[in-house]
Design a binder for this molecule. Structure first.
Ligand code: CA2
Length: 151
């Protein structure tokens, strides 16, 4: 059974590909999931890919990941900028965390410059569109592998 990387997606990301293509591209979340699965297979890991519009559900999934995954990739979407609950859950998980955004949040409104996730993430990636998910899988596995080798 290959190691699993949990990829969590927050509110409204289920709408990808249907609106605001100028900001988020034309790719749907299902397309992104398919490319994550294809890349994961290539590098010999499994992905558990999820989306929710409900903050508490995302918190539950972070808590569960502690027992099932080697790392978390999270695009918390709007909850990035508001959620102390996700900050606390990610910190408590003790897992490597990669914070991910499709858009370059620093080129956008100032309220998107504040993240409650960054201070508990190992690294942050933004602005690479759907390809960022593939990069984030590689980064998450690298961090998890490096950490395991150290302990
Ligand atoms: O750039 C990203 O990935 C974001 O996490 C996306 C969030 C936004 O609140 C963050 O500041 C940056 C929004 C996701 C909503 O996606 C939509 C896609 C299509 C139509 C409407 C919303």
């Amino acid at each position: 059974m290959p190691d699993t990387i949990v990829i969590l997606n927050g509110p409204n990301l289920n709408l990808l590909g249907t609106r605001e293509p100028d900001i988020y591209g034309a790719t749907t979340l299902s397309d992104i999931e398919a490319s994550c699965r294809a890349h994961a297979e290539k590098i010999g890991v499994a992905v558990d890919f999820r989306q929710s519009n409900v903050e508490g559900e995302l918190v539950n999934w972070v808590q569960q990941a502690k027992d099932t995954a080697i790392a978390i990739v999270i695009n918390a979407a709007a909850y990035t900028h508001t959620s102390v609950a996700l900050h606390d859950a990610l910190k408590a998980s003790g897992l490597p965390v990669v914070e991910l955004h499709l858009s370059n949040v620093y080129k956008r409104e100032s309220f998107r410059h504040k993240s409650f996730i960054s201070s508990v993430a190992d690294g942050v990636m933004c602005g690479f569109g759907a390809y960022g998910y593939v990069m984030a899988i590689d980064a998450a596995r690298h961090i998890a592998t490096t950490r395991t080798e150290k302990t």
